[in-house]
Design a protein around this ligand. Structure first.
Ligand SMILES: C[S@@+](CC[C@H](N)C(=O)[O-])C[C@H]1O[C@@H](n2cnc3c(N)ncnc32)[C@H](O)[C@@H]1O
Length: 266
């Protein structure tokens, strides 16, 4: 059997599906209430993936905003374009690498968003500088990402299964610190909002599906813990054993996603 390194879109869609199936709260509702996008707005979503946020805003404004989704994964962009056709939307999905200059004019957008993506940027000053440049004066930037408390149970189970120290994750370790600080340095007003979602797994199997689907996102953590497919499967086996023990002890497995939303105004 082969490890699914090459299938980020499958992993991403699996995680989104698991959040929706087992979660106590809906991040889409939180996002819309916080941002309240309006008809007539010009919106850019950076690192749009398969277009989750773009379609959310498009539904909310009933197709009456100009929405652009940018990502550097052609595979995910293709998924987004297919959905565009299926649902009859007119979102512009195009290639965008957030480590390069954005191909948009200054002062073009009312809202620039990035969900679980932009914290991978290699030069935060540069990337958030670009987001600031393309926003209109008074335009808003919204960036969501994991806070350090995120998925504690997930990491505790891995720690117990491996006896290893968990290295800091690229997202959560930077979000509240570097990323918040960079944005507040560049933008005139910056706030941090928090969203919590308790995922209650009624059995061990969907939790293990989540673990496997996290491999793409947390690749740096995982690759430091196994070498090749046999070691990977042995690791999953150990994680399954610990998760089963926890499940038998507690009668359920509850993992809390703790998400931060940085909202800034130009
Ligand atoms: C965890 S996914 C989130 C996708 C989407 N925003 C969502 O909420 O479903 C992270 C996304 O960041 C994109 N990404 C990573 N590095 C990027 C870069 N340098 N430029 C543009 N997109 C990038 C990935 O292709 C992926 O779509």
């Amino acid at each position: 059997m082969k490890i699914d390194y090459q299938e980020p879109s499958k992993d991403l869609l699996m995680r989104i599906d698991i959040h929706e199936k087992y979660g106590s709260a809906n991040i889409d509702v939180w996002t819309n209430e916080l941002l309240n996008p309006q008809a007539g707005m010009n919106i850019l979503d950076v690192g749009c993936g398969a277009g989750k946020l773009c379609f959310l805003f498009n539904d909310y404004v009933k197709g009456a905003a100009k929405i652009t989704g940018g990502d550097f994964s052609e595979e995910l962009l293709e998924k987004a374009r297919e959905k565009n056709k299926t649902v009859g939307a007119d979102i512009d999905f195009q290639f965008l690498d957030f480590n390069e200059k954005f191909k948009f004019a200054d002062n073009a957008f009312d809202l620039c968003t990035s969900a679980f993506a932009i914290y991978y940027a290699s030069d935060l000053d540069f990337t958030f500088g670009e987001a600031h440049r393309v926003l209109k004066p008074g335009g808003r930037l919204f960036v969501s990402g994991p806070l350090p408390e995120n998925k504690k149970m997930f990491y505790d189970i891995i720690k117990e299964a491996t006896n290893a120290t968990i290295p800091p994750m690229p997202g959560s370790s930077r979000f509240k610190g570097d990323i918040f600080n960079t944005i507040s340095k560049i933008f005139s007003k910056t706030e941090l909002h928090t969203f919590e979602n308790h995922l209650t797994f009624p059995e061990v199997a969907p939790f293990i599906d989540y673990v496997r689907a996290s491999l793409g996102e947390d690749r740096r953590l995982w690759t430091s813990m196994f070498n090749g497919n046999d070691e990977y499967e042995a690791l999953i086996g150990k994680i399954t054993e610990v998760a089963t023990r926890w499940f038998e002890r507690d009668g359920k497995l509850v993992m809390t996603k703790v998400v931060g939303g940085i909202l800034a105004t130009k």
